[in-house]
Design a protein around this ligand. Sequence first.
Ligand SMILES: Cc1cc2nc3c(=O)[nH]c(=O)nc-3n(C[C@H](O)[C@H](O)[C@H](O)COP(=O)(O)OP(=O)(O)OC[C@H]3O[C@@H](n4cnc5c(N)ncnc54)[C@H](O)[C@@H]3O)c2cc1C
Length: 404
Amino acid sequence: MTPSDYDVAIVGGGLAGATLARSLAGSGMRTLVVERAHAFKDRVRGEGLLPWGRVEAAKLGIEPLLNRAGAIDVRYWKRYLGGAPRDCRDLVATTPGRHGCLDFYHPDMQRTLLDAAESAGAHVRRGVEVTAVEPGTPPFIRIHTAHGDERVKARLVVGADGRSSKVRSAAGFTVRRDEHALMIAGVLHEGVQVPGDTVHYVQKPSAARAALVFPLGQGRFRSYFVYSSANAPRTMSGNGHAGDFVTSCIETGAPPEWFEEAEAIGPLAAYPGADTWVDHPYREGVVLIGDAAAASNPAWGCGLALTLRDARVLRDRLLPSGDWDAAAHAYATEHDAYYGALHRLHGWLTLLMYETGPAADARRARAFVRLAADPSRAVDLQGLGPESPSDEAARRRFFGEDAD
Ligand SMILES: Cc1cc2nc3c(=O)[nH]c(=O)nc-3n(C[C@H](O)[C@H](O)[C@H](O)COP(=O)(O)OP(=O)(O)OC[C@H]3O[C@@H](n4cnc5c(N)ncnc54)[C@H](O)[C@@H]3O)c2cc1C
């Protein structure tokens, strides 16, 4: 095979690219993956796959691989408000797929899935970078290597190159972005004193802050602190600030004893929480998946599930079709619908939990009473994700506006 006759050229070997490559190569498609990293390191990324994403993982057949990468089942989702426990959801008992969260260390997941794509027959090139994309029929990518540049042709180019996607800009997609409201900082901890079968979610909406702890197994935890960029409490990047990070989590309501023996064992990094996305992520032989298509606000923890939804939907459209242009358009139309719904739901949740001031307090006072009395009013991000109702009637029920 010459490098110029691939069915699919995938840029990026993260969750999106590796998962899609494994599926397509396993079905006989000549598949290339270009991944610029030689080895994966901690970049502070998602490590808690929500139950609706586990349904996608099962459809993609990657659950055994995630388990091999050290994933653990996390059954409970416990919320705290104003420093006190609020509720504890049994995810296995209450989600449609009867799943808990699946938590894993992101670099181990990436390595395992990319190795699996290679074992399934994909040609994986590591440590080289895609520098340009030429949309068209057929599309091309340019790869920069130590020995010079290569121009590679494929039936379809897939941009799976993450939240700062080069494919996206090179192919001429228009990037849309929410107002820059929230920031999320994260660090890998060892020795946090919380149960290992529970995600702990501490909310302080009056200060537009939250702290989350995801157990990863083997005594490790991914801790996040979410805050408004308008009132950043302290510097949240660089390991000299790991103590400030913990102080901020405690001020948000996390019990101090959780962190008494905690030690940061990875980089502390902060990212903007605002969504970035493109409408209709397909044009002229180039399709976008994962964060390149839509990086959703990490504060709501749906990015991994959304990424697997993309890989599954695109796979299901491509494999039975002889017309890949039509198949990729169909994927893009479907993406607009499910991402659009998720984006709406995230908007409601952000309005309820991260706005400050008297109007926001009044909104919460009204909604919280009704949500506590009737939990069916709530948005079910864990179990239903984008299938949680998001029409006007659902919006009014969520904010308690139907009960005036
Ligand atoms: C702070 C933070 C916390 C998060 N928390 C959660 C969470 O709790 N739960 C959740 O579900 N999601 C969370 N997410 C989101 C989740 O991490 C992402 O949605 C998911 O990792 C996206 O996967 P991806 O494969 O699309 O992109 P990436 O994981 O970014 O992978 C892209 C790959 O492309 C490669 N690449 C990039 N450019 C090129 C190029 N030019 N040539 C070759 N290779 C290239 C990169 O090296 C990388 O390996 C979080 C995100 C952040 C930032």
